[in-house]
Design a protein. Sequence first.
Length: 496
Amino acid sequence: MRLLYADHLLARLQFLRTGSLHQRLLNCMQAAIAEEVFPRGSRLPPTRDLARELGVSRNTVMHVYESLMAQGYVTARTGSGTWIAETLPENCLQSDAIADLQAVRAQRPATLSKRGASLLGHATASPYQWGAFVPGAPDVTEFPHKLFSQIQARLNREPDVHRLVYSSGGGCPDLRHALVDYLRVARSVRADADQILITEGVHQAVDLVTRVLCDPGDRVWMEEPGYWGTRNLLRMNGLKIRAMPVDEQGLVPDSGPPPKMVFVTPSHQYPLGVHLSLARRQALLSLARRHQSWIVEDDYDSEFRFSGQPHPSLQGLEADAPVIYMGTFSKTLYPALRIGYMVVPKPLAQPLRIAAAELYRGGHLLIQRALAEFIRLGHYMEHIRRMRLLYRQRRQFLCRLIERYLGPAFLPAFNHEAGLHLVMPLPAGADDVAIAADALKRGVKVRPLSQYYMHPQEERGLLLGYACVNERQCQDAFGTLKACLASAGIEFTPPR
């Protein structure tokens, strides 16, 4: 760290224009010590070394050190150099020099663009990503970290140089080929490896396709309610969003002005959980072909269906479908992995690959290679099978708690057994935002359903994620949530 002290001092000296060099350097060092940029009890660089790095005389640095020692900032140890004091005198912490530097740094206020202000004004990303009842959070403790680390270690011993530079080919070839085999079997996706682009999650994928395939002002359809993250990206890229209602068969299309893109979560609609019916799928495909539109299929939570027949992808329903298919490993493995993928129609593969390289400078090829091996050896499917059983048990347990202590009226309206969360409906007039805020104060993290609507609606509810909490944690958190409902005046009639 001592090697960086000179860089810090040089940066701070730029803000001080008046006074002798000795005084300016002294002020900078006083501020750095008082603010613990230079840690208490640490050793300062030798005067000769610091003078050389700063481009000043050694005498100047020696005089500064002497002043610091006289004021109580540092101490000298015979034969071992100059050390910052463990405890600073009170007058050191309130010096004018420190106040002056802080004032200089605070002079310029942050000025945001209209687009930046809009983004922050609609920001709803939660700082809470773990615990009861965070929606969409998988149980990351159940991932076979040791096994995955062994695969990484083996592959990283002699890494290929091509995996240590930027990626311009759409991601690791091994992972793209592994995904072709997996998606063909598991999701009935029609594709070859050249049609797959590896992304840093669905957010980046949505940003990429909207930048490349849409112009500001283009119309797009999005489910209502729908994922706020997608909605904010569309808004940021200047698109006109039309909120399309969702019923028990999924998104309801109409004969209004044709959209440039349709954003859907057909396998497990987010957040309500309904499945897009075959008739609606065919209607959307027909509309897209007729108006040369694109359907963006976010295959959200498709891996975790606990009963009934699995629903194949919309992309695979027809040959050469006008569908851009998106998936991610955030829910099946863990979110911090930040690896997602797109399957794009062949005419779009090369333009999107070039655009992705230009915009994002892809990387993480070493971990992508390890993930490809994880899939190829069968560990990925085995992990999904194991987690599917675990999440099914936790969902059933939460549903039993709801029915036992609140009553059947609070069970999900669309009782599709899938995904990592359920929506608990609330009576008309309930303030789901206030209830969620009260629950958060008590340590329980739920999301209000009303925040997923673009336009005001009467529907109220709470999103309860059950995947990352065991039964004991679930029961304790549910008791807290029940108390929040009672405090909000919600009446419930559990069966006798």
